[in-house]
Design a protein around this ligand. Structure first.
Ligand SMILES: Nc1ncnc2c1ncn2[C@@H]1O[C@H](COP(=O)(O)OP(=O)(O)OP(=O)(O)O)[C@@H](O)[C@H]1O
Ligand SMILES: [Mg+2]
Length: 159
């Protein structure tokens, strides 16, 4: 694992050999999430952003069968979790910042937000977010993950 940055901001990159590794990482993140946290999920089509969000929400709910549809068309799906409310956004089809307000972005930020295609947030991207970038790996099931944001102590829990 490569680690760069000072004590406050870290960027870590490592290999996820298969889907189970992606799910395990999502489970570790679920254990440390709290209301007000923003998790930005970056990566190209099919990178595994929805897969990651699904595993995270199931782990947070303590329910491996929780229905977690991709919010491709609804743009947001909300979940009542023991940690508080979580909102899973997919902004690929977002028309603009006004559309984000119509989706209830400000209220959603009081809970936990998971955001696919966070590039669409523009200036509304939370400065204190944790960013998880998934990229294709060496095999069909492998992914390279890069995590930035949060302080070293909290982000280090995920490596
Ligand atoms: N290591 C892995 N991590 C994540 N997904 C994987 C992995 N290996 C294989 N996959 C598969 O890759 C696909 C990822 O699809 P997913 O819908 O999560 O992508 P996405 O990034 O949300 O795409 P979109 O931008 O269209 O929303 C799934 O079919 C998943 O099973
Ligand atoms: Mg998706």
């Amino acid at each position: 694992m490569a680690q760069t940055g000072d004590e406050k901001q870290v960027a870590m990159t490592w290999n996820l050999p298969d889907l189970a590794a992606t799910r395990a990482l999502a489970g570790r993140l679920a254990a440390v999430l709290r209301p007000g946290d923003a998790v930005l999920l970056e990566g190209p089509l099919g990178a595994g952003k929805s897969e990651f969000a699904r595993a995270l929400l199931r782990a947070a709910a303590g329910d491996p069968t929780l229905e977690v549809p991709s919010p491709t068309f609804t743009l947001v799906q909300s979940y009542d979790l023991p940690q508080g409310t979580a909102h899973h956004f997919d902004l690929y089809r977002l028309s603009g910042p006004a559309g984000l307000m119509e989706l209830g972005w400000d209220e959603a930020r009081e809970g936990i937000v998971l955001v696919e295609w966070p590039e669409r947030l523009g200036a509304l991207a939370p400065a204190d977010a944790l960013t998880i970038r998934l990229a294709p790996g060496m095999t069909e099931e492998a992914r390279q993950v890069t995590i930035t944001g949060w302080d070293a102590k909290r982000a280090g829990l995920l490596a």
